[in-house]
Design a protein around this ligand. Sequence first.
Ligand SMILES: *Cc1c(COP(=O)(O)O)cnc(C)c1O
Length: 368
Amino acid sequence: MDTINVTRSSMPPFEEYVEQIRPLWESRWLTNSGAFHEELKANLKEKMGVSELLLYSNGHLALEAAFSQFEKGSEVITTPFTYVSTTLSIIRAGLVPVFCDIEPTFYTMDPEKIEALITPKTVAIAPVHVYGNMCDCVRIEEIAKQHGLKVIYDAAHAFGVTYHGIDAGAWGDMSMISFHATKVFNTIEGGCLCLSDPELAERLKTWKHFGVSHDDIMVMEGTNAKLTEFAAAMGLCNLRHLSEQIGLRKKAAERYRQRLSGVKGLVLCPEQESTVSNYAYLPVRFIEGEFGKSREAVLAALNRDDIFARRYFHPLTSDTPLCKENYEIQETPIAKEVSSQILCLPMFADLTEEMVDRICDVVLRCSD
Ligand SMILES: *Cc1c(COP(=O)(O)O)cnc(C)c1O
């Protein structure tokens, strides 16, 4: 039987992409804010309803850009239940990650545990909309305001998600969205930072052009993080197919839900109120002592059938040598437990009902 990977990149029809890139053989303008870069930026700003948006060569560097604006040695309250990029971007900016626990339903930062972690050195809160589940933005931003902190969301998973009618990118002081090949919307590699402060946007634009000003003077410790025209062209094509792709993901998610709801010891994320989802991932938790087999055994059973799921996120970013050896690590018992139970099942737009059934058959065979 065919292999089913955990993800499969969305791509436009080949001819559409070829037509899109044809003008580049005329213009010979391949990067450095070219025409496609500008068009994609304008389309995204309109779609997300944000006043400032910067495109980057990947989402990780967009996050590094965001954190580069704080004084080195400052503390950032973040979550260990995320991809390494969130924690790494804080560390690479010379800041100290302070780990806050998550809540057990949507696996996002628990707002009630933030205040205990605030110190005179805290400058920002960096929560993650894991799997496209939105954080309790209202509560988090209220706490941030009371304590004079910035909120920087890792919204890598949340492209196309709206919460209380507001696009995921428009929450907080800054919000990063990834356009990596494995995400709901991709530019092959790429990402953006959404914000509202025009002066900060200007500085962060300089940051991705080697920190060099218009007259070629090195004015800050920047880097090279520009999005190419080929990447922007992929984005322009993929954007045209976005709603159709999310619709297909929704169908796959609904089939999973039909097959896996109500199974003892198997926990699916509930639908989130006030949220329009993008169906980015399909996280399932296997509770030991309630579900038949362990998470590890389910993973192995899937592998034997050429189905590849992922322990996303395991281990916690706080439970890695880089963090343990260099920082004081806070206890996050819920994150630790969820991380030991979670498995992301295959999820992508081309996932057919037959494929979902094949995956669910294997999972259900492990249930007793
Ligand atoms: C994908 C991802 C990133 C990094 O984005 P890239 O575009 O791959 O650099 C950051 N945080 C999370 C949670 C991600 O899933």
